[in-house]
Design a protein around this ligand. Structure first.
Ligand SMILES: CC(C)(COP(=O)(O)OP(=O)(O)OC[C@H]1O[C@@H](n2cnc3c(N)ncnc32)[C@H](O)[C@@H]1OP(=O)(O)O)[C@@H](O)C(=O)NCCC(=O)NCCS
Length: 203
């Protein structure tokens, strides 16, 4: 059960980097998000496919292994979260490393804030924290995908400096609706490597 009345984060509290001892709290958060998705139609903002399997022992083992992986190896993951007054995770950002070594200069952002905790600045603080973390880690780009109709998320990402770099028409179909998916990127490193293979001029 949510404890929104006991939520007293001050504006300077940094999000917490989750570790193995936090996995159950994270799985409970994903369970609540799925419940909220059913009640409030949040599936319209994210496919939630990963959340469904959060309690699966294999998913747990995979997550712990990703958390332990160094940023120099494909498949790493870092999860930042805010908790309420009784320790429940209420907002969470996953930073996901790539599958291939050749993509190690990039990471993908995945974000959700529980409905009762939205519009309190937590989403923005999580994204800004992830950007600072990525900059310290000397990553060059952050990527994300967002449904084209997800106005609040688009507003947040644009506010912190993400720009649209592409769009997949009809990427998802859900309850007889077609959903476009927008690719956005945040550039951390202004310098590309000296030698660049490309077919179009740089922007
Ligand atoms: C998108 C989401 C993460 C925003 O989190 P949040 O904590 O509510 O956002 P914040 O309070 O930090 O707001 C930061 C900025 O986001 C934008 N924003 C957030 N909610 C908004 C809303 N309902 N309408 C318009 N803009 C909104 C605004 O630009 C806001 O800045 P402002 O306060 O100066 O106007 C949250 O709505 C959410 O979890 N939605 C469901 C899951 C989801 O869509 N995840 C993203 C998938 S890509």
């Amino acid at each position: 059960m949510l404890q929104s009345n006991r939520f007293e984060l001050d504006g300077n509290t940094a999000p917490e980097l989750l570790g193995p001892g936090d996995y159950n709290a994270l799985a409970e958060y994903f369970d609540r998000l799925r419940g909220a998705a059913d009640r409030f139609g949040l599936a319209l903002h994210a496919p939630f496919s990963g959340a469904a399997e959060a309690r699966d022992p294999e998913a747990r083992a995979r997550c712990l292994s990703q958390w332990a992986r160094p940023l120099s190896a494909p498949g790493w993951r870092r999860t930042f979260a805010f908790r309420d007054g009784v320790g429940a995770v209420v907002a969470c950002l996953d930073l996901l490393g790539p599958e291939l070594s050749a993509e190690l200069h990039r990471a993908r952002v995945s974000l959700a804030v529980e409905p009762a905790f939205q519009r309190r600045g937590l989403g923005e603080r999580l994204v800004r924290h992830a950007i600072a973390f990525a900059r310290d880690a000397e990553l060059a780009w952050l990527d994300l995908w967002v449904f084209a109709h997800n106005e609040q998320a688009l507003a947040l990402y644009r506010k912190v400096g993400f720009v649209e770099i592409g769009r997949h028409r009809d990427q998802f179909r859900w309850r007889r609706m077609s959903i476009d998916d927008i690719a956005m990127a945040y550039r951390l490193d202004p310098h590309l490597p000296h030698r660049v293979f490309q077919t179009a001029p740089p922007q």
